[in-house]
Design a protein. Structure first.
Ligand code: SAM
Ligand code: SF4
Length: 374
């Protein structure tokens, strides 16, 4: 493996922290953050996207719309959400331009999300334009709507893989949690994605106390049977209804303990899933994999390499930070790529060490999940 030592700050400034690191161009473990040697006071004008804690950002989530055809209880309100006017959303050309600048700054993987990315008009063209830029990975998180129709075109356009969200295998519960859509359609979407070669297929599951937490084994067995990787995501305080409560969160550690009663699990490192915050386990019989995204009970902020471009062109350095900078405004006022680069750099430079969900003073962010892009 090629290794490059990068040192940004070379002076003997007392504020300099972290040791110079080895940058591995590919396949660093999910729990092995890349770090740079940085001076707190100076935002670098070259090199990768680094924050004041030395974390290098190589993963970009692009939300292509704030609209969605579902109304999941943990995400959107049932009624009354106001969507951004279409004119506020980045165009295909603007998304592509922003992604190209991000690539020049060292971003290696892109995940398209929303809202529901597949309700965005021209989504196949967006995928094609992003894929053409040459990222190591182009993935999508979707509720599966339209996937039975679009999967082949998305794969031909360069999409590599998808995560399909599905919180229950019981039709009535699925309907109660997601409020729109049908389980059968989501299951058909998974089949279509696999038929189109969008692999490995991952299933995102948000567990909610008393609602679907008795389906852990069923979901895991379903995943093992179909060779789909289940990801249990802790419920985060990003629901539009503001109904998040700690006792509604099922801790990933508890789910893991349950699974360990029944299965022999083997911890995996980052493997090919370089930037995933998930803690991953294989089953010792070689069938399947399960992952945990324990954002609430075991924050992984120290290893976060993620940046978000929202549908309206704002850059956000953390799901839980309301600090945003607009790339759209720079682009629409005829700003240069150098100026866009500075906006990316400034956003990353302003990143805090971690979210404060577990702090008593925590306030739920202004935007809910569908308006940020999960
Ligand atoms: N609409 C697509 C979907 O549902 O897959 C993509 C966008 S959605 C915001 C991305 C992911 O965020 C989904 O897997 C969803 O389950 C998850 N999500 C939404 N709200 C959440 C919350 N409050 N806590 C944890 N995960 C959440
Ligand atoms: Fe829509 Fe996805 Fe949010 Fe559900 S989780 S309301 S499908 S954006």
């Amino acid at each position: 493996m090629t290794e490059t030592v990068v040192t940004l700050a070379t002076d003997a400034d007392e504020n300099v922290r972290a040791v110079p690191v080895v940058l591995r161009p590919a396949h660093h473990g999910a729990r092995s953050p890349q770090r740079l040697h940085v001076a707190r006071s100076e935002m670098p004008n070259e090199g990768p996207l680094v924050d004041t804690f030395g974390r290098i950002h190589t993963d970009l989530r692009i939300s292509v719309t704030d609209r969605c055809n579902f109304r999941c209880t943990y995400c959107m309100p049932d009624e009354g959400i106001e969507f951004a006017p279409t004119s506020d959303l980045l165009t295909l050309e603007e998304i592509t331009r922003a992604a190209k600048v991000a690539k020049q700054l060292g971003v290696r993987s892109v995940r398209l999300t929303g809202g529901e990315p597949l309700v965005r008009k021209g989504i196949v063209d967006i995928v094609a334009a992003i894929a053409e830029i040459g990222f190591d990975d182009v993935a999508m998180t979707t509720n599966g709507t339209s996937l039975t129709r679009l999967a082949p075109s998305l794969a031909s356009a360069g999409l590599r893989r998808v995560n399909v969200s599905c919180d229950s295998l019981r039709p009535d519960r699925f309907a109660a949690i997601r409020r729109r859509g049908q389980l059968a359609m989501t299951l058909a979407a998974m089949d279509a994605a696999e038929d189109a070669g969008l692999l490995p297929l991952k299933i995102n599951v948000v567990l909610l106390t008393g609602e679907n937490d008795d389906e852990v084994y069923d979901l895991v067995e379903f995943g093992r049977e179909k060779n789909r990787f289940v990801r249990f995501i802790e419920f985060m305080p990003l629901d539009a209804d503001g109904n998040w409560q700690r006792d509604r969160v099922i801790a990933g550690a508890d789910v893991l303990a349950m699974l360990e009663e029944r299965y022999d699990l083997v911890a995996l490192d980052g493997g090919g899933d370089d930037h995933a915050p998930a803690t991953r386990f294989a089953f010792s019989d070689g069938i399947g994999e399960v992952g945990f995204i324990n954002s609430v009970t075991e924050p992984f902020c120290g290893t976060c390499d993620r940046l978000r471009l929202m549908a309206d062109g704002s850059i956000r350095n953390c799901l839980f930070s309301d600090d945003e900078l607009s790339l759209r405004d720079v682009m629409r006022s005829k700003g240069s790529d150098d100026q866009l680069e500075q906006v990316f750099r400034a956003s990353v430079w302003g990143k805090l060490p971690g979210h404060a969900i577990n702090d008593p003073s925590f306030l739920q962010p202004r935007r809910s999940m569908s308006r940020i892009g999960g």
